[in-house]
Design a protein around this ligand. Structure first.
Ligand code: ZN
Length: 181
């Protein structure tokens, strides 16, 4: 599937709830989103990014060239996801987005969240997500609200080009640790 990019108005819409996960069109969309996530070295994807303004995300953390330190998990489709609990603690981390090519941002996210969603079998699931996986969820959930990671930067200088990010990765991390304590 083609991933739409920043400037496409669908990325700024609030997505609609899914009434029936069993609908064959939704099942096909899930298959296509999972395949697209794997093919693009993404660790997550939201339906608006593939041109469908629906409350559906894929969370699929695993190590890959774009995120070498990502933990391994079973790729999971989540329909009508919501957060039922946030930790007090927030952590900064670098994020990129298939819809915002060539950029990385230093973004604060809650370290731990408890979430509810409908799985692709139509069952309501509740689980606790932590660290990088919690970050992915919050990033993808934002897409359902018409937000992208650039909206979450606390300072414009926290957005860098992806090429510079890779060249200066260690230096950037050191600087951020210093400036953020
Ligand atoms: Zn994104």
């Amino acid at each position: 599937m083609e991933v739409v990019r920043l400037g496409n108005p669908i990325l700024r819409e609030v997505a609609s709830s899914i009434s029936d996960v069993d609908d064959p069109q939704i099942q096909t969309l899930i298959d296509e989103m999972l395949a697209t996530t794997l093919a693009t070295d993404g660790v997550g994807l939201a339906a608006p990014q593939v041109g469908r303004s629906l409350r559906l995300v894929v969370v699929a953390s695993r190590p890959n060239p774009r995120y070498p330190d990502a933990p391994m998990m079973e790729p999971t489709a989540m329909a009508n996801p919501r957060v039922v609990r946030y930790s007090d603690e927030r952590l900064f981390g670098w994020e990129g987005c298939l819809s915002v090519p060539g950029k990385r941002g230093w973004i604060p996210r809650y370290r731990e969240i408890e979430v509810e969603y409908w799985d692709r079998g139509g069952y309501l699931q509740r689980r606790v997500l932590q660290d990088f996986v919690a970050r992915i969820f919050q990033h993808e959930f934002d897409h359902l609200e018409g937000l992208v990671f650039l909206d979450r930067v606390e300072c414009p200088s926290h957005v860098v080009s992806e090429a510079e990010y890779w060249e200066r990765l260690e230096q950037l991390d050191r600087d951020r640790e210093l400036s953020d304590g």
